[in-house]
Design a protein around this ligand. Structure first.
Ligand SMILES: Cc1cc2nc3c(=O)[nH]c(=O)nc-3n(C[C@H](O)[C@H](O)[C@H](O)COP(=O)(O)OP(=O)(O)OC[C@H]3O[C@@H](n4cnc5c(N)ncnc54)[C@H](O)[C@@H]3O)c2cc1C
Length: 437
């Protein structure tokens, strides 16, 4: 079997690392001219479980993530959360992670740098390879690991996303100003920063301050400079010199693709919208999905199926089903929550964060993308804490939480087996449950 992996993304590299090479041929085509030229200038929060599950060592230099302090849209109300250290994420240097994945991938696959996958080769409705720098490269299976802006999806019937389904982020590590007083909160995340549709953070890391500013949809220079000015005003520790980063990046912001596979094709990682910005999920999801994809493909081959059958839409669908049941369904719930919070008036978000209405555990769950479900007794307790005057607000919040649960339930009802009719029906229900349309 010949497998082409387009893009040395986390999912694609993990697939190559976990694949059984044997008589199969696996080639990764990466547009960056060399390993050193890949984007490496930051660290990411990842659940240690992701490494345990993949059987990989935790990359060298990783360190425990600090507890978040949320800043409400009013810029003044803060809420510190305390996570159970045994369940907290770790911060992993991206360079170290990629080095390790590339080292492992090379034992099974050939990695070709400086080759851009421009389009898919589609023959008789089936993906049969890629076109890279004008050359047709045939394959039984193409794994699209080219990230959020995958151009490969254009020619086939898989999910494509709208511009407002992207989160644009600026991230830079500034030298800490030695003259500035010590920050009271060293790990601040601003929700709906300045009342806008997005977040920002300022995190002190030794002698640098990690600054991120993100907006749903395109951010624009004016928005960025205004938001950055505000971050600097509110965090005097942010100095003038940029030590690392300083670029604009794009991350998917919506629920996972409802169609991530086609005959001869599977999208993975950001190309399939497997991430939720801020929740430390993209890397863990992509690694877990890669393992599932390896199992789905190689189990079919072990059962005596041909390469064509192993890469058929019907077989690859098992990968999408497993992803949705394990992770994707909760991502759909988080999407509902995100839309709900962004639509909520700023004063309500500020009140929710500043009051005792949500317990530490509930805020931790929400911050991890886990739903909270309120029974009748919990709701009554919350009314007692908030006072009867806040009942309309609580009803609004409760209705959002119910929509979250419904989206999760609907996503989990993904059809077990591929049939165009069943998939289209499920997709319609899921889109309605998440977007209300
Ligand atoms: C600033 C920032 C902070 C983040 N923080 C976290 C975090 O804390 N925790 C977390 O889990 N996730 C985080 N993420 C998300 C995480 O990086 C992604 O979810 C994860 O890397 C999976 O993305 P990917 O590997 O699919 O795609 P990418 O990382 O985008 O990799 C795609 C690869 O494909 C290559 N490529 C693109 N187009 C082509 C083409 N046409 N042909 C060939 N090669 C191509 C690119 O050069 C790149 O190497 C963050 C992302 C950003 C931008």
């Amino acid at each position: 079997m010949k497998i082409v992996i387009a893009g040395a993304g986390i999912g694609g590299l993990t697939f190559a690392a976990k694949a059984k090479a044997g008589e199969h041929e696996i080639v990764v085509y990466e547009t960056a001219p060399s390993e050193e030229a890949m984007r490496y200038e930051w660290h990411d929060d990842v659940s240690p479980e992701a490494f345990r599950r993949a059987g990989f060592d935790i990359p060298e230099g990783s360190f425990p993530k600090k507890d978040w302090t949320f800043v409400a849209p009013d810029g003044a109300t803060v809420r510190r959360i305390y996570e159970d250290p045994s369940r907290a994420d770790i911060s992993v240097w991206r360079r170290k992670l990629n080095e390790e994945l590339i080292r492992r991938a090379k034992s099974n696959a050939r990695i070709v740098f400086g080759r851009r996958a421009e389009s898919l080769v589609v023959e008789n409705g089936r993906v049969a390879g890629i076109v890279a720098d004008g050359e047709k490269i045939h394959a039984d299976l193409v794994i699209d690991s080219t990230g959020a802006d995958s151009v490969l999806k254009r020619d086939i019937n898989v999910t494509r996303h709208e511009p407002d389904e992207i989160f644009e982020v600026y991230r830079a590590f500034y030298r800490k100003d030695p003259a500035a007083p010590e920050a009271e909160y060293t790990n601040k995340v601003y929700l709906k920063q300045m009342g806008e549709s997005g977040i920002a953070w300022a995190i002190q890391d030794g002698d640098t301050v990690d600054v991120l500013i993100g907006r749903v949809g395109e951010m624009g220079e004016e928005t960025l400079s205004r938001a950055l000015r505000r971050i600097k005003e509110e965090n005097p520790t942010v100095g003038d010199e940029i030590v690392m980063g300083g670029g604009i990046y794009r991350i998917p912001v919506r629920y996972p693709a409802t169609r991530m596979v086609a005959d001869g094709y599977a999208a993975i990682g950001d190309a399939a919208y497997m991430t939720i910005p801020m929740l430390g999920s993209g890397i863990a999801s992509s690694m877990a999905a890669a393992e599932t994809l390896v199992n789905v493909v190689y189990s079919a081959l072990a059962e005596g199926k041909s390469a064509r059958e192993a890469a058929s839409k019907e077989n690859l669908w098992k990968y999408e089903v497993a992803f949705y049941r394990e992770t994707g369904a909760e991502h759909a719930g988080v999407d509902v929550m995100k839309r709900g919070v962004l639509d909520m008036p700023d004063d309500i978000v500020t009140w929710l964060l500043g009051s005792d209405i949500l317990t530490n555990e509930e805020v931790c769950r929400l911050a991890k993308g886990k739903p909270i479900i309120l029974g009748a007794a919990d709701s009554l307790k919350k009314v007692a804490v908030a006072g009867i005057g806040k009942l309309p607000v609580l009803l609004k919040v409760n209705s959002m939480l119910m929509r979250v649960s419904k989206a999760i339930r609907t996503a989990r009802r993904i059809p077990e087996n591929y049939s165009e009719e069943a998939v289209a029906r499920w997709e319609r229900k899921l889109v309605r449950a998440v977007t209300g349309k």
